[in-house]
Design a binder for this molecule. Structure first.
Ligand code: TRP
Length: 337
């Protein structure tokens, strides 16, 4: 692994059974590309998932499923470091140091926490949810990541990471790389097929608006064909007046590499029907092999486990080094063996 490459790190939660088109086009696809140009660390953040109390069996199954899908999407364990967060105990260890560096008010101002806790009520909100962003800070700083590829919704967490890295470095001396956000492009933002004003998401979308990559391809084709458009018939990219058509064009363009302008020309005078029929086929051609590859990894748990064991070993080599520096800087007495 070339260490002169800038390092990226990112994580995905194992909170759903299947990735959806929004996860894939918005994030995972970029992860795959970045393994060519960067020293890339990617993890399934199972500890973060605990903040919403998943069923234990389901969490374990979904963690495997997330790894299988990341591999099916093209992450290559020879080109990146792929691991499960809880396999590297340094995450929670550094998180404690970071907890002690974070103001209570500072953590309480995190907008995702405010939104979620307001919805659930204080008594149903765990301290884990409160500390969620701080565990994320530890995730990033442990690897001295230069850049963190995430969606716009994570910007505040990256800001917190920068603040805490600078605070620690200022107080105890240079220890952590201050990471830059690498906010994934707006063009990669995928909207609900039925309600194109909201982001495609497991929690917000109705089943008909959400394309799960592991669904029956036929059902998926149907969803694409019945996507909401508008009463006009012109295929034109216009997020304000034609959000439904624009979303379809974005999906089309990202999956095929064709430019939006090129697509507008190709469908001039042809109407939405032709666009939807073609796009349904393109999506089916993408999800069919994706499902098969995912299933192959699931059918071979030994290979999957050995990939994760190697990933954890590579990750730990980096994480342990950073943690020991941080422990030393804050004045913890070294254990003698
Ligand atoms: N909070 C991120 C999300 O919900 C997931 C995450 C956890 C993450 N740790 C991370 C992302 C570290 C980037 C880097 O999408």
């Amino acid at each position: 692994m070339a260490s002169d490459r800038p390092r990226v790190l990112s994580g995905i939660q194992p909170t759903s059974g299947s990735f959806h088109l929004g996860n894939y086009l918005g994030a995972v696809r970029q992860w795959v590309a970045l393994q060519e140009s960067h020293d890339a660390f990617y993890m399934v953040v199972d500890l973060h998932a605990l903040t919403i109390h998943p069923d234990p069996k389901e969490l374990r199954a979904r963690t495997r499923l997330a790894v299988a899908q990341l591999l099916a999407a093209g992450l290559d364990p020879e080109r990146c470091t792929l691991f499960v967060q809880s396999h590297v105990p340094e995450h929670t260890q550094l998180a404690w140091i970071m907890n002690c560096l974070t103001g209570f008010g500072e953590a309480a101002r995190m907008t995702q926490f405010k939104d979620k806790s307001a919805k659930q009520g204080a008594d149903r909100t765990s301290v884990g949810l409160f500390a969620y962003p701080i565990l994320q800070v530890a995730d990033i700083l442990l690897y001295q990541a230069n850049e963190v590829p995430v969606g716009e919704d994570q910007r505040q967490h990256i800001e917190l990471t920068r603040d805490l890295a600078e605070r620690f470095n200022g107080r105890y001396g240079d220890t952590f790389t201050v990471p830059a956000p690498y906010i994934l492009k707006e063009t990669a933002k995928i909207y609900d097929l039925q309600e194109p004003s909201i982001k495609m998401s497991k929690s917000a979308s109705a089943p008909k608006g959400l394309v799960n990559l592991l669904d029956e391809p036929k059902a998926t084709a149907k969803k694409v064909k019945s996507a909401v458009t508008d009463t006009d018939t012109v295929v034109r990219y216009d997020l304000v007046d034609k959000p439904g058509v624009s979303n379809l064009l974005t999906i089309y363009s990202t999956l095929t590499g064709a430019g939006i302008g090129e697509l507008e020309q190709r469908y001039e005078g042809k109407g939405y029907g032709a666009l939807k029929t073609d796009l349904a086929e393109i999506v089916v051609d993408f999800v069919t092999p994706f499902r098969e590859r995912t299933q192959q990894y699931l059918d071979d748990p030994e290979t999957l486990d050995s990939i994760l064991a190697k990933g954890a070993e590579k990750a730990r080599a980096v994480a342990a080094e950073t943690l020991s520096q941080a422990y030393d800087k804050v004045g913890l007495l070294p254990a003698k063996h």
